[in-house]
Ligand binder design. Structure first.
Ligand SMILES: Cc1cc2nc3c(=O)[nH]c(=O)nc-3n(C[C@H](O)[C@H](O)[C@H](O)COP(=O)(O)OP(=O)(O)OC[C@H]3O[C@@H](n4cnc5c(N)ncnc54)[C@H](O)[C@@H]3O)c2cc1C
Length: 401
């Protein structure tokens, strides 16, 4: 077990879950990750293993067949999985966000219908806010839902849908004017629809097309797609929570726990980069000694390890805050911002320690170097995190009188 990134105060169940996940990562993920990633191959066998471990239902309440675990347990598992291969954590992340949104905001019928099958990994979730013209500015979405009797008719194009092809339940955010007259604030006229579909590409349901995988620089293996709605008919009972106009809040709530998750991924990737760097530095010789014996390299290792430790502490703090029932947007924003920036820096240092070999696809650090940038963007860019952090600070430190 690593000395870095320890989490104090875990109970026996949490420790047991983490040990099981860590063993699974070491035996089933790390040995195959780079090869699968280079082939951009979906890690089906790993996904089956995660299902058996119950990870698709980790935070789903026990009454729906899940393990009913905390956000902290979930985040620590994600950290371990991302240490093995970040794409695998991406496969469970959107599923986790949709299950969380259902648990928090779904009608009883929606929870009964989806949560047990989500806990078993039979129904797999994806969530869709972004469109070709926007990602940060969610309030500007143009996809639209119009009521027609007991159904809604959805039109529009969505972009950057993680697990777009493999999922069977997509939480889709659209504008919906019904009951929200002209002039209603944009974030009060949005609705989340629970869209069921077949897995795969092409027309996966009448009116719904998943064109194919977007070819990406990293984060391979997991499918990221567009989603096109052309008179897609969705029954009214598939409005999340049964009420239109709440979609913006649903999504922001989901993204908030998603931010802790992205921070955890940054922690996991940074840990792996540190492990690779500290190991290589003791093997490579220059000027008659291991490069780890050069002070400049030791300083790099010191900086890397300090960043791994700091990011882990902030991530665990943000998760604990949410678990305690308190608002955690400030802590989640800070953790996501710091962990993703530190991850990029630690990966770059590990890459430099590898010298020319870091540039070779034979070395794992090459994959991490292409994966780390995704964390700077997903669940809100650094600029968006800083806007959230800044606004919250001004609320907390407002001048009195
Ligand atoms: C691999 C991948 C997977 C993704 N998966 C999903 C998914 O599953 N579901 C989903 O809905 N979305 C997903 N996204 C989309 C992601 O959330 C967006 O890419 C992200 O929010 C940024 O939006 P954008 O790309 O439109 O950039 P923009 O919003 O166009 O921003 C461009 C630049 O401008 C900056 N900027 C924007 N506004 C401001 C401002 N007010 N002040 C200062 N700077 C600003 C940004 O920080 C950024 O640097 C994914 C993206 C990627 C790359």
């Amino acid at each position: 077990m690593s000395r870095l990134a320890q989490t104090h105060g875990l109970n026996d169940v949490q420790q047991e879950i983490l040990k099981t996940v860590r063993d699974f990562v070491d035996k089933e993920i790390i040995p195959v990750a780079t090869e699968l990633e280079h082939r951009d191959e979906y890690p089906q066998q790993i996904v089956e293993g995660l299902k058996e471990l119950g990870l698709f239902g980790l935070m789903i309440p026990e009454e729906y067949g899940g393990l009913g675990e905390s956000l902290l347990t979930y985040a620590l598992c994600v950290e371990e999985i991302a240490r093995g291969w970040m794409s695998v954590s991406g496969i469970i992340n959107t599923h986790f966000i949709v299950a969380y949104m259902l648990k928090q905001h779904g009608t009883q019928e929606q929870k009964d219908t989806f949560l047990p099958r989500m806990a078993a990994g039979e129904v797999r979730g994806a969530f869709s806010m972004s469109e070709p013209a926007l990602g940060s500015d969610v309030s500007a979405i143009s996809s639209k839902a119009v009521r027609d009797g007991e159904e809604y008719v959805l039109n529009g194009q969505k972009m950057w849908l993680t697990n777009g092809g493999t999922s069977t339940l997509v939480a889709v955010l659209t504008r919906s004017d019904e009951g929200h007259p002209e002039g209603t604030a944009p974030h009060k006229s949005m609705t989340t629809f629970l869209v069921e579909k077949e897995p795969g590409f092409g027309e996966v349901r009448p009116g719904l097309t998943i064109p194919g995988k977007i070819d990406k620089m990293g984060y391979k293996g997991v499918d990221t797609t567009e989603l096109i709605m052309d008179n897609l008919r969705i029954p009214a009972n598939r409005v999340l929570g049964g009420e239109t106009g709440r979609g913006f809040y649903h999504m922001m709530d989901g993204v908030e726990v998603g931010r802790v998750n992205v921070a955890a991924r940054g922690c996991g990737v940074a840990q792996r980069a540190f492990e690779l760097g500290v190991s290589y530095a003791q093997q490579r010789q220059t000027f008659g000694k291991a490069i780890a014996q050069h002070q400049a390299i030791q300083f790099k290792l010191a900086e890397m390890a300090t960043k791994v430790e700091a990011a882990h502490a902030m991530m665990a703090n943000a998760a604990r805050k949410k678990d305690s029932g308190e608002r955690n947007d400030l802590e989640a924003g800070m953790a996501k911002y710091l962990a993703s920036e530190y991850c990029k820096e630690v990966v770059e240092d590990a890459f430099r320690i590898h010298g020319g070999y870091g540039f070779s696809k034979e070395y794992e650090i090459e994959r991490l170097y292409r994966e780390a940038p995704m964390l700077l963007i997903g669940e809100g860019t650094a600029e968006i995190q800083k806007m959230i952090i800044g606004r919250r600070l001004l609320e907390e430190y407002r001048l009195q009188g």
